[in-house]
Design a protein around this ligand. Structure first.
Ligand SMILES: [Zn+2]
Length: 213
């Protein structure tokens, strides 16, 4: 154990991917929380080895840590030395997060990255407005595909005209945003290799993350 003390100590708030009973990635939590769940028997640690997945109870994971020799970081406390889990599997809880983003003023701003879709200025919430691409009185719907973020001056200038009529081309055509199960990973181009398999089934790809950034 003497040599282990000299290894870098991973923080207890390092992220751990949480899978539900159906092995679907549903959440990211801290190492501390993950170990708590595993300790109470509510989850097991998942580890991939040569394309196979092994699951470990708390006791098994501690025993596996003691066997050691794989160079993975350990977590130390006064009475415990345990390998950091990267993925855990819950024993219950099947719920998947909300499958779509609800249309709202704020979510339109988020989709458009707080950028006026006409003059391309990125502005504070208070300086932005919603604009109907096809004006409401001409049948334009209040929907993801007809509402964009606009600054107040552009909103007034466009008035009751279409972008073509006003000569104000849109920065990009408005779309319904793709739901993302892990907003915290949106701008992250790389994740733990052990997470990839599970994240890919949620639609996450390194390319998509990079494109969002
Ligand atoms: Zn503008």
């Amino acid at each position: 154990m003497q040599t282990l003390a000299h290894q870098p100590r991973p923080a207890l708030n390092a992220p751990v991917l949480v899978l539900n009973r159906l092995w679907q990635a549903i959440h990211i939590c801290s190492v501390a929380r993950a170990l708590g769940l595993v300790y109470r028997g509510r989850a097991r640690v998942v580890r991939e080895a040569r394309g196979e997945y092994e699951v470990f109870s708390f006791e098994e994971w501690c025993a596996d840590t003691a066997e050691g020799g794989d160079g993975e970081p350990r977590l130390h406390s006064v009475s415990l030395c345990v390998r950091r889990p990267q993925v855990i599997l819950l024993g219950s809880y099947d719920r998947l997060p909300r499958p779509e983003i609800r249309f709202s003023r704020h979510q339109v701003f988020v989709r458009d990255r707080f950028t006026c879709q006409y003059c391309r200025q990125r502005l504070d919430h208070a300086l932005l407005n919603l604009d109907h691409v096809v004006p409401r009185h001409r049948g334009g719907e209040t929907s993801w595909t007809n509402v964009v973020t606009s600054c107040h001056p552009c909103n007034r200038r466009k008035a009751n005209r279409t972008p073509e009529e006003a000569g104000m081309p849109l920065l990009r055509a408005p779309r319904k945003p793709r739901w993302h199960p892990f907003p915290e990973l949106r701008h992250q181009a790389s994740v733990e290799p052990s997470w990839r398999h599970f994240l890919e089934s949620t639609g996450w790809t390194p390319d998509a993350a990079a494109a969002c950034g």
